[in-house]
Structures are given as C-alpha cells and as structure tokens.
Ligand binder design. Structure first.
Ligand code: SAH
Length: 353
C-alpha cells in the first residue's frame, strides 16, 4: 500500500467508484505522490526504457526528418521546435545534436518543452544544458508560429476510459474499493462515445477511449494547419482500440495496475485511428506506419553501420542489439507505430506515406 493508494481509497469511499481515466491521472501526476512527480522512471535503472534511451540513432533520425520537413516548408523563421512529455530529455538532446549542422536550423528555432512534472523538468534541463528552453504546462500555451513537434511515448500515458459490452448493453469499467484494496467494477456507461463507436464489438469485449488523446491530436492538427509545421507522433498501440490494454510497469516488469499506486508507470495502447480521425479534421495525416519500417526508410541500417566502425567488444554488442530492438517486428518494430501531421496541401515528410 502506498500513500496514494490510501488517498484513492478514501476518495472512492467518499464519491463512489472512480473512472479509470481519473485513476490514471492521479497515479501518474498527483502533485505529491504521482509517478512522474517523483520518479527516476526511465532508462535501465528506472522502470521502463524508451526508444531514445535505447539508442541515439532514434533521435538522430527523427531530428533529421524534422529538419528536412522544415527545409521543405521553406525554412520558416522563427519556428517552434517542441516536444510533448520529453522524459529525461534524451530524445531532444539527440535531435539537437543531429541538426546542429543543418544551416540556420538552430538559429531559427524557439525551443519549447511541454512537461507536467517538475522532477522531469530538472532532468531535461541538465540534458539540454547550453540551450535556451521554455517549459510549458500546456500545449495551448505554444506560440502561434510554425510548429515542428515530436511526441514519443506521450500518448500512452494519457488517461483512458474503459467500456465493456455486456448482455445488458455497454457498461463502464470503474475502480471500486473494499476496506483497503482496489478492484475493478462495472458501472453504468456515461459517455455517448461508445454507442456511436462500435456496434460490431461482441459481448464481453472491451473498448477503450482516450478523450484526452483525441483532444491533443485535434489541437495539434489545428495548430499545424494554421501555422505550418509538422508533428511526428510515435507510440505503442494499434490502429483500433485493442481490448483491455491498461498496464502497469515497475522495474521493467508488469504488475497489477491496481497495486502500488504512484509507484508504477501506467499506460494503455494508443488508438491510431482515433488520433488520425481527430487530427485529420484539421490537417493532413500520414498512414500509420510501424516504427521498424519507418526507421529503415530513414536509414537506420546505414547509420548503425557507420557507428559500428568506431566501437568493438561489449559496446558493439549493445549497439547491434539496440538496432534490433528498435526495428525487429518481435521487439519494438511492429508494436510501436508512427504518424506525421502536416498542413493540408503539403507533402508528407521523408519516410511517411
Ligand atoms: N518522450 C520520452 C518519455 C516519455 S514518458 C521518451 O521518449 O523517452 C512520459 C513523459 O510525459 C514524462 O516526462 C511525463 O512526466 C510527461 N507527461 C505525462 N503526462 C503529461 C501531461 N498530461 N502533460 C505534460 N507532460 C506529461
């Protein structure tokens, strides 16, 4: 039992069962006990590892793709280079190193990081030492300028609601509490979304909806179409909602999502269909492309070979396995997917179709 478990149990006793979305928000971002508020979450010593923490190649290739998109759109100056949920700041550091030699890119950029956690901001500050960074709480605070944005493993931690189709119709999966233990419980579905979304889902199956992800995708589409720019979103998930995908990770292991509140990372699969539908109301959205294919198209194999020339022994082994981990279909290559969002009537960036 954690301090946050007590708070959540008391809140449920007072107000009744809690939607999964509210539970996720409290576990991840409670101002005192939230997971991202306190933790050394990412990397080998943390609870989970993300693509930029696995290899510098990831950020370098994404960085060069963004710089090329900026060149293709006429090198707007000033432009905003931004990241949603930058974690340790590793991805942005790699993007900045890779784009250092792109003429006028750094001198035209206005760097913004959207980060909710003060602890994470400290890590980002040290990773980006020497750069002028503006931290924002909210996407809506970004300046109205051409926006070149990246979000890796950001959407998977946005809150979801879960609905189950039963013989009595749709019900919302909520979280209830006994004396000192949390459990899932079905309650009346309160959102209209489920009724319009899927009548072809069989009884017993679950549907997940992230209103928060939809709102972010819509705002990104609108911003990019109005101001110019390009957003690249990479995350794990499927085209469609994929049943019950809520998961908690602690020390690189899956644990029960209702235990250790605030001490484990809590995520869900991203529905790329929902992101695409929301963003394409305003802007052009690429097909959803598996991470492995995208990285191959961006030249990861050539980059890996170049880097391999200067290393040997253990470092070379780690490098080869990082390449495989990022691209192989049985590792991150297929489960992780990417989309690009750009203004209507603009060509998609390299690697996307
Ligand atoms: N992009 C990073 C790490 C992703 S972890 C990487 O690829 O390594 C998720 C990050 O998003 C953390 O930094 C977390 O504090 C931040 N975050 C989570 N929810 C947020 C929200 N609603 N607004 C802003 N930042 C958020």
């Amino acid at each position: 039992m954690t301090a946050l478990s007590d708070i959540i149990i008391n809140q449920i006793k007072r107000f009744g069962p809690m939607p999964v979305s509210e539970y996720m928000t409290l576990c991840l971002l409670h101002p005192e006990h939230g997971y991202y508020t306190n933790r050394d979450a990412l990397g080998a010593s943390g609870d989970f590892t993300t693509a930029p923490e696995i290899s510098q190649m990831f950020g370098e290739l994404i960085g060069l793709t963004i710089a090329q998109a900026w060149i293709d759109q006429g090198m707007p100056k000033p432009f905003v280079l931004a990241e949603l949920g930058p974690g340790n700041g590793t991805l942005m550091a790699d993007i900045l190193r890779a784009t250092k030699s792109v003429p006028k890119f750094h001198s035209s950029m206005d760097l913004h990081l959207i980060e909710a956690s003060p602890e994470m901001r400290k890590r980002q500050k040290s990773a980006l030492d020497g750069f002028c960074v503006t931290w924002l709480d909210y996407f809506s605070e970004l300046p109205q300028k051409p926006l070149f944005l990246v979000a890796n493993e950001f959407f998977d931690c946005l809150p979801i609601k879960q609905y189950r189709r039963t013989a009595e119709g749709w019900q919302e999966q909520m979280i209830g509490a006994d004396e000192n233990q949390l459990h899932f419980i079905l309650g009346t579905a309160t959102s209209e979304d489920v009724f319009t979304k899927s009548n072809d889902i069989p009884n017993g199956d679950m549907l997940e909806i992230s209103a928060s992800s939809v709102a972010f995708a819509s705002a990104i589409g609108e911003h990019v179409n109005t101001n110019g720019g390009c957003a690249i979103i990479i995350d794990y998930g499927e085209w469609d909602s994929d049943g019950d995908s809520l998961q908690a990770i602690q020390n690189h292991n899956k644990i029960d999502p209702l235990t250790n509140c605030g001490a484990a990372d809590l995520t869900a699969h991203v529905s790329f269909r929902d992101l695409t539908n929301a963003a394409s109301k305003h802007a052009k959205v690429s097909s959803t492309i598996p991470q492995g294919i995208l990285l191959e198209r961006l030249g990861i194999t050539q980059r890996a070979q170049t880097l391999a020339k200067n290393i040997d022994g253990k470092a070379l082994e780690t490098h080869i396995s990082a390449h495989k981990r990022l691209t192989h279909p049985d590792e991150m290559g297929k489960l992780f997917k990417a989309i690009a969002i750009i203004p209507n009537h603009t060509d998609l960036p390299t690697g996307f179709n």
